[in-house]
Design a protein around this ligand. Structure first.
Ligand code: PNW
Length: 466
C-alpha cells in the first residue's frame, strides 16, 4: 500500500509517549513577577543589537498567566506529556540560598493542572536562563556554577519531586557553552573559546552532580543533548577530517563524558591550542558519567562540512559573529541540496535515524527519547482564520517515520516531543521564527491550533488511517 497521506502506516509501540515542548524564557513572560530575578537572557535581550528587532521575553506568550488555558489546549490536542523548563531565577532569584515560594508555586500549580488533565509533566531544570548574579561571578566557565546548579536541582526536586516521574537536568549544553561563550549569539554573549570549553565541562559537571543527588533521592534523571548528523561534503581527506572535528565538538564532546566517562582523545588533541584541560579535576568524569535513566536527543538537521575556508553558513545564526567551534574555526559549512526550513536548516529526516542508531551502537544501552524535533515555517493565518501548515506536517511525518525506522532496528526509543507546542521567543531571532503546532497572535495572545496540531492530535489518538 502506498503511503501518500502523512501519518498513514505510522505505528508506535504501546506505551510510546507523545508530547510537545516549550522552555521558560521562550513562553512565560512575567519577567519580574512574584520575585523572579534576572537571568542572562534578560540581560542579553535587553542589550541593543543582540536579538533581532530588539525583542525580549518580557511578555512572551504569557504562559505564566495563561497556563490553565494552555493546559486545556494540550488536553484538547491529546498530548500525553508536556516538556517545559523551570526558570532557575524564578525559584532561586540570585542562584543561591532559599527558594522563592511564589516562584515555586507557579510550577506546583502547573504540575497539578497537568496531572488533573492526565498529562505527564516533564520538567527540565536548565534551559539556558542562568541567574544573572551567577554570571556576574563568572558564569559556567567557573567551577562553582556547577555546585550552585546541583544545589538548586536538589532544592527544587525536593519540593516538586513527588509529582514528577522524569527529571531532565540540562537542555542542549552545546548551545549554552559554544553559542553562549564561544560565538556569542546566545546569552551571555561572550566570545572566548577557552571559556566556552570550560563552560561545557562545568555544565556537564553540574548535570552529573545533580544526577547523583536526584538518583539518591529516588528520582529518575536524564539529560538532553542536541545531536547532528555530520557528513563531509566529499570523501577528500581534508573534508573527512573537518567532519570528524565538527562531530567531535557537536556530538562526542557531550556524549562521551556522559555515557563513557571520558573525553574523546581526538577532540582533546584538536583543542590543544585552546586549552590544556586543567579545569578537569580527578573524579569529574566519574561524576559526569553518573548512570542515566534516559537520554534526551534533540534533532533538527545535519551539518555538511568542508575543510576549505569557512564560506558557508553553519545555521547557528549571527553573521559576523565569532566561531562556535573552538580550535576548528577554519572548518566550513556547505549548504547541501536539500530543502530548508525558515531557519535555513536542511530537512534531513534520515539523519534522525542515523543519530539514534549511532547512540545505540557506539554507547552503552540507555532508553532514548526525542525531546525536541520540529521546524519553523512562515505560517500565516488564512482569511478564514485557519493556519494551514502542510510543510510542518510533512516535516513531522518524515521524522516520525525516521523514529519508527530506528525502533524497527532495535533502538530503545520510548517517546517523542515536538518542538514546539506554541510559537514563541526564538532566542536571537526574537519572534520572527515560528516553530509552534499552535499559532500565537502576539498582539492579542490568541492561540490558534495550526493544521499540524490537529494532525498530531489525530496521530496520538490513533485516528489516522492505517
Ligand atoms: C533548540 N543552533 O535551540 C532549543 O532547545 C529550543 O529552545 C529552540 O527554540 C529550538 O532548538 C529551535 O531553535 C537551538 O544554532 C538553537 O544550532 C540554536 C541551535 C540549535 C538549537
Amino acid at each position: 500500500e502506498s503511503q501518500t497521506e502523512p501519518g498513514t502506516g505510522l505505528q508506535f509501540p504501546t506505551g510510546f509517549l507523545f508530547g510537545a515542548a516549550t522552555a521558560a524564557y521562550q513562553v512565560e513572560g512575567a519577567a519580574t513577577a512574584d520575585g523572579r530575578g534576572p537571568s542572562i537572557w534578560d540581560t542579553f535581550a535587553h542589550t541593543p543589537g543582540r536579538v533581532l528587532g530588539g525583542e525580549t521575553g518580557d511578555v512572551a506568550i504569557e504562559h505564566y498567566q495563561r497556563y490553565r488555558e494552555d493546559v486545556a489546549l494540550m488536553s484538547d490536542l491529546g498530548l500525553q506529556a508536556y516538556r517545559f523548563s523551570i526558570a532557575w531565577p524564578r525559584v532561586q532569584p540570585t542562584g543561591r540560598g532559599a527558594l522563592n515560594r511564589a516562584g515555586v508555586d507557579f510550577y506546583s500549580r502547573l504540575i497539578d493542572e497537568l496531572l488533573a488533565a492526565g498529562i505527564e509533566p516533564w520538567p527540565t531544570l536548565y534551559h539556558w536562563d542562568l541567574p544573572q548574579p551567577l554570571e556576574d561571578a563568572g558564569g559556567w566557565p567557573e567551577r562553582d556554577t556547577a555546585e550552585r546548579f546541583a544545589d538548586y536541582a536538589g532544592a527544587i526536586t525536593a519540593v516538586l519531586g513527588d509529582r514528577v516521574r522524569q527529571w531532565t537536568t540540562l537542555n542542549e549544553p552545546w548551545c549554552s557553552a559554544f553559542l553562549g561563550y564561544g560565538s556569542g549569539v546566545h546569552a551571555p554573549g561572550r566570545q572566548d573559546p577557552a571559556a566556552a570549553v570550560r563552560a561545557g565541562h562545568h555544565l556537564m559537571l553540574g548535570h552529573g552532580l545533580a544526577a547523583g543527588l536526584l538518583r539518591s533521592g529516588g528520582h529518575q534523571v536524564g539529560v538532553t543533548i542536541n545531536l547532528y548528523d555530520v557528513v563531509p561534503v566529499s570523501e577528500r581527506e581534508i573534508d573527512v577530517d573537518a567532519a570528524r572535528r565538527i562531530d567531535g565538538l557537536q556530538n562526542r564532546f557531550f556524549l562521551d563524558p556522559v555515557l563513557l566517562g571520558s573525553y574523546p582523545a581526538d577532540v582533546v588533541a584538536d583543542l590543544a591550542p585552546v586549552t590544556d584541560f586543567s579545569h578537569v579535576h580527578d573524579g569529574d568524569l566519574a561524576v559526569i558519567s553518573t548512570p542515566l535513566d534516559i537520554l534526551g536527543v534533540n534533532y533538527y538537521s545535519r551539518h555538511v562540512v568542508t575543510g576549505e575556508a569557512n564560506t558557508g553558513d553553519d545555521g547557528h545564526g549571527g553573521g559576523g559573529s565569532a566561531s562556535p567551534w573552538p580550535g576548528s574555526e577554519h572548518v566550513g559549512f556547505s549548504k547541501g541540496e536539500l530543502p530548508v526550513t525558515a531557519m535555513g536548516w536542511e530537512i534531513h529526516a534520515e539523519g534522525l535515524t542515523s543519530v539514534l542508531e549511532r547512540v545505540c551502537v557506539e554507547y552503552p544501552p540507555v532508553p532514548l527519547y526525542v525531546t525536541e524535533n520540529g521546524a519553523a515555517f512562515a505560517d500565516v493565518p488564512d482569511s478564514d482564520g485557519l493556519v494551514r501548515d502542510p510543510d510542518r506536517i510533512s516535516y513531522l511525518d518524515g521524522h516520525l517515520r525516521a523514529c519508527q525506522a530506528a525502533i524497527d532496528v532495535g533502538v530503545p526509543l520510548r517517546g517523542y516531543f515536538c518542538w514546539s507546542l506554541f510559537d514563541n521567543f526564538e532566542w536571537s531571532w526574537g519572534y520572527s521564527r515560528r516553530f509552534g503546532l499552535v499559532y500565537v497572535d502576539y498582539e492579542t495572545q490568541t492561540r490558534t491550533p495550526k493544521s499540524s496540531a490537529y494532525w498530531y492530535g489525530d496521530l496520538i489518538r490513533g485516528r489516522l488511517a492505517t
